[in-house]
Design a protein around this ligand. Sequence first.
Ligand code: SAH
Length: 218
Amino acid sequence: MDDPFVQERRSMVNDQIRSRGITDERVLVAMEEVPRHLFVPPDMERDAYRDHPLPIGHGQTISQPYIVAGMTALLQLKPGDSVLEIGTGSGYQAALIAGITGRIISMERIPEVARRAEENLIRAGIHGVRIVISDGTAGYPEEAPYDAILVTAATPTVPPPLLSQLADGGRLVAPLGDRSIQHLVRITRHGDEFVRETFEPVRFVPLIGEYGWQNEDL
Ligand code: SAH
């Protein structure tokens, strides 16, 4: 396919991601391959590879490339892993993860946002992403357990159903904190034990649902 952004994508990976210490080759390769410009509104294509998040409508955002890369690297993915994402948004991060593992289930609460993500994935020629329109704070028990669970919206606590849907040895990554600032955390399950590590500060739109925040304007 004719892709005018190949060079910009290479620069994004080198200047924003590799240079900041992300070394997971699978993540770097996926970021070089997935056409991020097809996951932003058409009038913002030119800005798709810049070092910041962008609005995608309905008050939602596509995260900064470095944050997407960092969260994906924290999941320590390998081909064949079963993955659940909460917060499809543009579908971009789901596309990256499908490129690494082969498949992902991604949950989105806003139907119009989910439909746009479906369109983006088709235009980008990405297979392996299944979008479920529902409150993701309850997880998706039908396909549990998951080797990796990614929450891409800010939450005050990790929704308990997500912890129970994590496989033994599975990793969950989420932005944990209040409405204005969160920290990335990774929780790794060892049997009945959940080990938590805390990483850098981030700012995400809120996770709204039964086990997240109750409404949008608190
Ligand atoms: N991962 C996305 C960015 C996510 S933005 C990307 O790559 O573009 C956060 C998304 O989470 C928004 O689209 C928002 O509607 C969604 N969201 C918020 N609460 C949710 C919930 N309880 N279940 C599913 N999706 C939710």
